[in-house]
Design a protein around this ligand. Structure first.
Ligand code: ADP
Ligand code: MG
Length: 704
């Protein structure tokens, strides 16, 4: 159970004074809510951090104030000057003064009663806003703050500036955030006292207060002590959570699965190629891990085309040799079918019984398949999310492979794992995204990793070129010549943001144009097509009946047509590096010379230019991933949004890597000495996991 002291932080933001249903809807737009949270809560306001401050501390005499700056002035109200009758456009002015000089406060479209109430003649007021000169006079239009001397404390001398959305004012957020901060309870320090002291870090509550109610503009820099403290808290929470999950996974009696190579040998004999060195190494690592008595959770990383499928198949063979069953899950129907195509002939050659289960298998056929599965008559079940369904029961699932992890969540992984005896299924996750070390550590902790670093022999480099979009007709002419020689082309049209043209419409338009140019060898593939139509189109392209495939980004993951040698990407400037690299990986798989043409719309922004240049320069996925990280900077670091991984709330800071390494060591030490988090520090750390909503981990120790 969540500690009761944290309850007020998880109440709806509507529980704060001044926040009602209308504002909550606006806040929902401005705040980043974690997945599954539909209404902003107090805690979400706490993590909605200011991006800067307005400094209202300058409090000069009127005569000394500098026009063009933000000032706070203490003035007396002299007189009100209503606009002349019949001139609605003229502003309402209020003359004010101090002993050194005077100025006009200027209000357009003003409500006179309101101004009279705020600025009664003869009274003193603090006003704060931007001072301007108007001819020889000074004026301030619509002061941000007008407060009576006794209410001076309400005037934020350092006013935090929050990311906003239309209709939501900074003042509302300031008020709400101040209340939210006031709700943060005194919590027992969960960090090592020495570590905190050395760095001069404030407590958790104090750090939040300094960010939302700053006393020093420097507090709001991500390098500030307050911010660093919270960043470390978040990283530590993440590392602890991952550590807990992993510890629990490992502690559960896994299952030692060892084969006799009888099936694997037949598969290898049927392969038309020799395994690469890194395929062999990866297989050895996987086999050792499977043979050990803990549950395996291993990541197989390998660039597009590096040959992960064969590794997966040979690993699956181990489980079958051991007399058990295996599953391979792909994120889409198309990919599941494609795996079937690769695996089927090899399975036939080695006596493996393979079946496919996707959303498309229905009725009697599905029932029959499930019966065979439960009876142990299927060795390898390929499929999509449909594999998670409750009535999918294996006789004995010892090993599961998940392809392209990013499309699946941790929950789904656990759901699949739970289908094995005592939940003891060994899991291999495959991803083509070369995840940089930092990112891996952040999101997966010390997950075991095997990497395919070599490309299979015989691969040709992909010549990559960025072209402005006006070169398209020339490009089309060159492609026409290539098509005559038997080339095959992917033509990708992405979603065009902020235009009325949908992704689909853009692809359809391009399709029509290319049909005009190339004739009926052009096909169209998009997400709104039925599964059958998609498969038929893909199959026609794979069979070289279609030479040009215009597609939305649905072909992004995993598709394999070795003869395809040209990749055209429109609006390449809109893609991230990782995605461009993925797309490019679709070509260069066969014997033809391959090209990747990146069409962009000038002018290019700095980052987009750097991305396209990087693509022209290298095909090394790991290098590209590191660069991607660098270009996006710390927080998108995390490439999180693109990859579907959870994002950080505060940890996007300078010095991120150092903090992360420290957090990892710290978490490891804590869990080694206090695996149940039941000692004094362990108990202090529990609220931290709740504060950062590390659900999976929280659930695990709740179950303990
Ligand atoms: P990915 O890692 O992108 O999933 P695949 O497993 O789809 O890559 O493999 C891409 C292609 O490379 C397939 O046609 C596969 O048969 C082939 N392949 C795999 N391993 C080798 C190898 N060692 N030598 C030559 N070709 C290979
Ligand atoms: Mg693949």
């Amino acid at each position: 159970m969540r500690p009761a002291e944290l309850t007020p932080l998880f109440a709806s933001a509507q529980s704060l004074t001044g926040i009602g249903p209308r504002l909550v809807i606006l806040m929902k737009k401005a705040l980043r809510l974690p997945p599954g949270v539909s209404e902003p809560r107090v805690i979400d306001l706490l993590w909605h951090l200011p991006t800067g401050v307005i400094d209202r501390r300058a409090e000069p005499a009127v005569a000394d104030a500098t026009p063009g700056t933000i000032v706070t002035l203490k003035v007396r109200v002299l007189k009100h000057k209503a606009p002349p009758r019949g001139n609605a456009k003229a502003p309402y002015k209020v003359a004010v003064e101090d002993d050194s000089g005077r100025l006009d406060l200027v209000f357009f479209h003003a409500e006179r009663k309101f101004i009279e109430r705020q600025l009664p003649v003869g009274e003193e007021r603090y006003i704060s806003g931007r001072l301007e000169s108007y001819g020889d006079n000074l004026q301030m239009a619509h002061p941000d703050y007008i407060v009576a001397p006794e209410a001076r404390g309400e005037l934020p001398l350092l006013e935090p500036v929050y990311p906003l959305t239309a209709g939501l004012s900074g003042k509302v957020l300031i008020k709400a955030a101040r209340q939210a901060v006031a709700r943060v309870p005194e919590l027992v320090e969960w960090q090592e006292p020495q570590w905190v002291q050395q760095r001069g870090w404030p407590t958790f509550g104090e750090a939040l207060r300094r960010l939302h109610v700053p006393e020093d503009a420097a507090d709001l820099s991500p390098g500030s002590k307050a911010w660093q403290r919270l960043a470390y808290d978040e990283l530590l929470a993440g590392q602890l959570a991952l550590g807990l999950v992993r510890q629990r996974t490992r502690a559960q009696p896994g299952r030692a699965v060892a084969g006799d190579k009888s099936i694997a040998r037949r598969i290898v004999a049927a392969l038309p190629f020799a395994l690469t060195g890194s395929q062999t190494t990866a297989l050895k690592e996987i086999a050792e891990d499977m043979a050990a008595p803990h549950r395996m959770l291993r990541l197989l990383q390998g660039d597009v085309g590096s040959g992960k499928t064969v590794v997966a198949l040979l690993a699956m063979a181990i489980a079958v040799e051991a007399g058990a069953q295996t599953a391979l899950m792909a994120p889409t129907e198309v990919l599941a079918r494609q795996h079937l195509e690769t695996i089927e002939p090899l399975a036939a050659a080695s006596g493996l019984r393979v079946a496919v289960l996707t959303g498309r298998e229905k009725g009697k056929a599905r029932t029959a398949l499930l019966e065979r599965l439960a009876a142990g008559e299927i060795d390898i079940l390929l499929g999509t999310h449909a594999l998670f369904q409750e009535d999918v029961v294996f006789k004995d699932l010892a090993f599961a492979v998940i392809d392209e992890q990013h499309r699946f969540g941790v929950h789904q992984r656990l759901a699949l794992q739970a289908k094995g005896k005592d939940g003891g299924t060994n899991v291999l996750v495959m991803t083509a995204t070369p995840i940089p070390r930092t990112l891996l550590m952040t999101h997966y902790g010390d997950l075991d990793v095997s990497r395919l670093t070599e490309k299979p022999a015989g691969r040709k480099p992909v010549v990559t070129k960025a072209l402005p979009v006006d070169a398209m007709e020339k490009l089309i002419a060159r492609i026409k010549a290539q098509l005559a020689e038997g080339a095959q082309v992917y033509w990708v049209c992405p979603l065009i943001e902020g235009s009325d043209t949908s992704e689909l419409a853009a692809a359809e338009e391009r399709y029509a144009h290319l049909v005009q140019q190339f004739g009926d060898c052009v096909g169209l593939l998009h997400g709104a097509m039925s599964a059958q139509a998609k498969d038929a189109t893909m199959a026609a392209f794979a069979a070289n009946e279609l030479q040009v495939l215009v597609a939305t980004t649905v072909i992004e993951v995993g598709v394999n047509v070795p003869n395809a040698n040209i990749m055209v990407i429109e609006h390449a400037e809109r893609f991230g590096l990782a995605q461009l690299h993925q797309l490019r990986g679709r070509v260069g798989r066969g014997s033809r010379e391959s090209f990747c043409m990146l069409l962009y719309k000038p002018p290019l922004g700095e980052t987009a230019e750097a991305r396209l240049k990087m693509m022209e320069e290298t095909e090394d996925g790991f290098l590209i991933a590191e660069k991607d990280l660098e270009l996006r900077g710390g927080g998108e670091v995390l490439g999180a949004r693109q990859s579907g991984l959870p994002e950080f709330r505060v940890a996007d800071v300078p010095g991120f890597e150092m903090l992360l390494a420290a957090a990892r060591d710290d978490a490891r030490l804590v869990l080694e000495t206090d695996p149940e988090l039941s000692g004094p520090r362990g108990r202090a750390l529990r609220p931290l996991l709740y504060l950062f909503e590390c659900d999976e981990a929280v659930r695990l120790f709740r179950a303990a």
